[in-house]
Design a protein around this ligand. Structure first.
Ligand code: PLP
Length: 407
C-alpha cells in the first residue's frame, strides 16, 4: 500500500527530509545534524540563538510559578486572561485601538499556528490569497494546506520592496479572497510606508477582501520609520486579522507564544475553534510572556543591541565585491543580493563549505528570492562572535566573487 495515496494531496506533497535531502532550516533534522557537527546556524529568525537570552523578569516569574505548582494546569484555550490583558495594553500603546481582552485577543502557541488559524475561517477550496513576494515561506504554504491558492505579488528591489498596487490589481480575480502581508517584511526587513499601506487598504476595502497582517517583526523598527498598522485605517478593523509574536522583538521564541487581535465577529469564530486547532498555549510560557510584556526595559535594551548589530553586519557585508544590500529597516535580518556571484544555492553552499555557517537561500521566500541570501544577523549574544561569523561569510562570498572575476 502506498500510504501517501490515501492522503489529502495538499499534505502528501510535503517533504520533511526523511526520504530526500531537504536543506531548509525549518524542515526535519537538517539543522540538528549541522549543530552536531559544530556548524553555526544563522538561518533561524531567533535573536541571540543559541546563547542564553531570557530576561530576569521572565525567568523569575516562571520559576516562581513553577514553585507554586500552577503551571501543571491548562490555560484557558483562548489564553490566560492576564496575558490577553497585557496584550491589549500593548496593542493600545502601539495603535491607540482600545481592544477588549475578552473579545478581541486570542493567544496561540506561536504565531506560526496563529497565522494558519487566522486563515482557516476564510479559505474555501480555490480561494486566492494575494501575498507579497518575497515573504515568509510559511505564508505561501498556508493557503495551499487549506485548499486555497497563494498568488505571488512581486515586490521589486528598485522600489526598495515597497508595494506597487498595480501588481495587486493585475492579479485580482473573482476568486480573490484575501491579502496577506508580512509587515515589516521577512526577509527584506522592509517597513511598508504609509503610502504603500494606504493604497493597499483602499484596494482591500474597494474589493471587499480580508487582510491577514503578519506583524511578527513589529517590535524593532529603526531610524524612526513610521509604522502604519493596517487594522487602524478606515474600513479595515472589521476585515483585518493581525498576528503577532513574542519570538522576534522580545526574543522569546522558545516560549512559543503568539497572539491574534481582530474584530468580535472574527474572534467569536476563532474562540469557537480554539480547543480543536490551537489546544492552548503552555501555562508556564504564558506566565513568562506576561512578565515579558510588562518589562519595557527589556525591549529597550534589546532594541539597542539589535540596532548596533544591524550596523555591524552592514559594515561587513557592504564591502563584499559584487554583493548589494540595504541597511536593515527592522528586526534581525540582512537580505543580500548575491546574483552576480551565482544562484542562492551556490552562494549558501559556499558559505556552508568554507565558513561552516548555515544561512537561508532566498528561493523559499518567493520568486524574487533567487540570487539572494537571508542572514540572521542577531545570532549570538557577543557582538565579536557575530562579527567573526559575518567576516567568515564575507570571505566565502569574496572567494566566489573572485572566481567570477569580480574583485
Ligand atoms: C514573518 C514571520 N511570521 C511569523 C513567524 C512565526 O514565529 P513564531 O511562531 O515563533 O511566533 C516567523 C518565524 O520565523 C516569521 O518570520
Amino acid at each position: 500500500m502506498d500510504v501517501k495515496l490515501k492522503m489529502n494531496q495538499k499534505f502528501s506533497d510535503l517533504q520533511g527530509g526523511l526520504f530526500l535531502e531537504v536543506t531548509k532550516a525549518d524542515v526535519g533534522e537538517g539543522v540538528g545534524k549541522l549543530l552536531e557537527k559544530g556548524y553555526k546556524i544563522m538561518a533561524w529568525a531567533d535573536p541571540f540563538f543559541p546563547d542564553p537570552a531570557i530576561p530576569n523578569s521572565v525567568k523569575d516569574a516562571m520559576i516562581k510559578a513553577i514553585e507554586g505548582g500552577f503551571p501543571a494546569h491548562y490555560s484557558m484555550p483562548i489564553g490566560l486572561f492576564d496575558l490577553r490583558q497585557e496584550i491589549a495594553k500593548k496593542v493600545e500603546r502601539q495603535t491607540r485601538l482600545k481592544i477588549n481582552p475578552s473579545r478581541n485577543v486570542i493567544v496561540a502557541p506561536g504565531s506560526d499556528s496563529g497565522l494558519l488559524y487566522s486563515m482557516m475561517p476564510f479559505i474555501n477550496e480555490g480561494d486566492e490569497v494575494l501575498i507579497t513576494d518575497p515573504s515568509y515561506p510559511s505564508n505561501f504554504l498556508n493557503p495551499k494546506l487549506l485548499g486555497g491558492v497563494a498568488v505571488h505579488v512581486p515586490l521589486y528591489e528598485e522600489d526598495n520592496y515597497q508595494i506597487r498596487i498595480e501588481e495587486f490589481e493585475k492579479r485580482l480575480t473573482p476568486k480573490t479572497k484575501m491579502v496577506l502581508i508580512t509587515h515589516p517584511n521577512n526577509p527584506t526587513t522592509t517597513v511598508f510606508r504609509r503610502e504603500s499601506i494606504e493604497k493597499l487598504c483602499d484596494f482591500i476595502v474597494k474589493n471587499d477582501l480580508i487582510l491577514v497582517s503578519d506583524q511578527a517583526f513589529e517590535d524593532h523598527i529603526y531610524d524612526d520609520i513610521e509604522f502604519v498598522i493596517p487594522a487602524t485605517l478606515p474600513g479595515m478593523w472589521e476585515r483585518t486579522v493581525t498576528v503577532c509574536s513574542i519570538s522576534k522583538g522580545i526574543g522569546l521564541s522558545g516560549l512559543r507564544i503568539g497572539y491574534i487581535y481582530a474584530d468580535d465577529k472574527i474572534m467569536d469564530v476563532l474562540y469557537g475553534g480554539a480547543v480543536n486547532v490551537l489546544g492552548a498555549a503552555s501555562t508556564v510560557s504564558s506566565i513568562g510572556a506576561i512578565a515579558a510584556l510588562k518589562d519595557e526595559e527589556h525591549l529597550k535594551v534589546t532594541y539597542e543591541r539589535l540596532e548596533r548589530r544591524r550596523r555591524l553586519a552592514y559594515e561587513v557585508f557592504s564591502k563584499i565585491p559584487g554583493v548589494t544590500l540595504s541597511m536593515p529597516e527592522s528586526g534581525i535580518l540582512c537580505w543580500l543580493n548575491v546574483s552576480k556571484l551565482g544562484t542562492a544555492k551556490e552562494a549558501s553552499a559556499q558559505i556552508l563549505e568554507d565558513a561552516h555557517i548555515l544561512v537561508n537561500e532566498g528561493t523559499p521566500y518567493g520568486f524574487q528570492g533567487e540570487g539572494h541570501l537571508r542572514i540572521v544577523i542577531a545570532c549570538f549574544n557577543d557582538d565579536n562572535e557575530a562579527v567573526d561569523a559575518f567576516n567568515r561569510i564575507a570571505s566565502a562570498l569574496t572567494k566566489l566573487a573572485n572566481q567570477k572575476g569580480i574583485n
